[in-house]
Design a protein around this ligand. Structure first.
Ligand code: 13P
Length: 251
């Protein structure tokens, strides 16, 4: 079901102690507030169980930032979807551009990760988005369409309906250069159209599509006001409870 969602992606930031403190701060800030969106924090693997112990799951969802593309076995250093789920986490970010860029993730590995996430009851927050060169040479619609088709369009309509999408133009991530609300709306509407062509209008209308890339309290309201922007995936601004809450309350 389509929902408004604000999700934090802490990336490789905070020690365990700092992370637990931040989670407590966000949890406390949500007390007595009725946000017009679901609120999720996606945290480093090492923090999951401890953060789960200090948050109110009715107010604040918990997710991982990745999971392995194998179920279990001799994959030293990897963390499986089952391990993530066993911490109490309910979400997992998959296909973030940093993982595609720096760790060679492809649609093939992402298909496996999506399947394992589902098997373990995790909701994928699946990231797509073009790099600057693709924005400038005008291929960005094709690039994003291909990312969705190649990693997700083998799914049944029912399974596709369980995915949260996050459009994150790579040129806007951590750069302070946000896509304009019109650029975000244009892409989100395009993505919804691609989904409608494959699965029909009902599935498309029920898909939550988040925007990510230098989203801040000062620009969130304009982005979230766009009809096809259902919230945000927040990096830097999720690392302080007050700026994260400034985005949560932008709805
Ligand atoms: P920033 O909000 O720091 O640009 O990061 C966005 C992002 O990559 C969230 O996944």
């Amino acid at each position: 079901m389509r929902k408004n969602i604000v999700a934090g992606n802490w990336k490789m930031n905070t020690t365990l102690q700092e992370g637990v403190a931040l989670a407590k701060d966000v949890n406390a800030a949500l007390e007595g507030v009725q946000p017009k969106c679901d609120v999720i924090i996606c945290v480093p693997f090492t923090h999951l169980a401890s953060v789960n112990a200090v948050i109110d799951a009715n107010k604040l969802g918990l997710g991982a930032e990745n999971c392995a593309d194998h179920a279990s076995g001799a994959y030293t250093g990897e963390i499986s979807a089952a391990m993530v789920a066993s911490t109490g986490a309910k979400y997992v970010i998959l296909g973030h551009s940093e993982r595609r860029q720096y760790y060679g993730e492809t649609s093939e590995t992402l298909k496996e990760k999506v399947a394992l996430a589902f098997e373990n009851g995790l909701t994928p927050i699946f990231c797509i988005g073009e790099v600057l060169e693709e924005r400038e040479n005008g291929t960005f619609f094709d690039v994003v369409k291909e990312q969705i088709e190649s990693a997700l369009f083998h799914l049944s309509a029912e399974d596709f309906g369980r995915i949260i999408l996050a459009y994150e133009p790579v040129w806007a991530i951590g750069t302070g250069k946000t896509a304009t609300d019109d650029q975000a709306q244009e892409m989100h509407a395009f993505i919804r159209g691609v989904i409608a062509d494959k699965y029909g209008k009902e599935v498309a209308d029920n898909t939550s599509i988040l925007y990510g890339g230098s989203c801040k309290p000062t620009n969130a309201a304009a982005l979230f006001a766009k009809p096809d922007v259902d919230g945000g995936l927040i990096g830097g601004a999720a690392l302080k409870a007050d700026s994260f809450m400034g985005i949560v309350t932008a709805f």
